[in-house]
Design a protein around this ligand. Sequence first.
Ligand SMILES: *[C@@H]1O[C@H](CO)[C@@H](O)[C@H](O)[C@H]1NC(C)=O
Ligand SMILES: *[C@@H]1O[C@H](CO)[C@@H](O)[C@H](O)[C@H]1NC(C)=O
Length: 280
Amino acid sequence: ALDSMKAFLFTCILVPWLVAASARKFDQDSQLIPGSLPGRELNGYYNENLKSRRARVRTILFSSCLSARKYLPTCLLCVCLTGSVYCEEVSPDMTAVPTLPKETAYLYARFNKIKKISTKDFADILTLKRIDLTGNLISEIEDGAFSKLTLLEELSLAENRLVKLPMLPSKLTSFNANYNLLKTKGVKANAFKKLTKLATLFLADNQLEAVPHIPESVRTLHLQNNNITEVSKDTFCRSNDTYYLRLSLSEVRMDGNPVLLSKYPDSFTCMKVLPIGRYR
Ligand SMILES: *[C@@H]1O[C@H](CO)[C@@H](O)[C@H](O)[C@H]1NC(C)=O
Ligand SMILES: *[C@@H]1O[C@H](CO)[C@@H](O)[C@H](O)[C@H]1NC(C)=O
């Protein structure tokens, strides 16, 4: 509560004064202020004389703080620009996903102190296409947090503290969970099976002991620096189908794992490249 009070004081009292004070400069470089002012407001804003512009900025910010307090602190602490919200290394510390403006498509919330992702965090923002939560302290994600985001294509949870993965939405093309604490138990064998558009899968620097099911569409697979001890004919190829070719897969990293890949010569015959890894 203290944090949100601080945030409120900062965004609704301090920032408007700073913005008003620097309105002249903003006018000169035609820069958008980091707020969620609609385009029409801004056009009108540029056509008026300097004094009333400054007054208007102040009025807009103050009245927005009063009427739409729910959204504005996010767009003043962070930068909101046409569907994108940038909240990187926010100070004071951001420990939860901020309330997002409606129709946000791109969220960049890297290098904060977010600990948990709840189902309600993204429940109303079905427009999201990309979420980047790299470099937070996330150790818990409620299972439904991302699964309903049917437009979501890119998700990064890299550099967090995840032991297990939540359900992932089926349109993902890129998923990054490098540098977490993922265990095989926390990554269901079929975790990625339904992701038929997935092209990039990054699971490096975790504690996985087995390779999960890799969808046919995957082109780049990073599994380096895990604890994988073996691969089988069915990991990448199909033991019951010698004609099967997995042509899309063009980069597989398995270096930094205990597995000695030369022990499994029949496991890579369907691939056009050999995994990078230990052969001797
Ligand atoms: C790696 O896996 C082996 C079992 O295969 C286990 O004994 C060992 O503790 C694991 N190491 C790490 C760092 O998790
Ligand atoms: C091979 O096995 C998979 C399951 O492991 C099955 O879905 C597929 O139909 C089998 N193919 C043939 C040709 O038997």
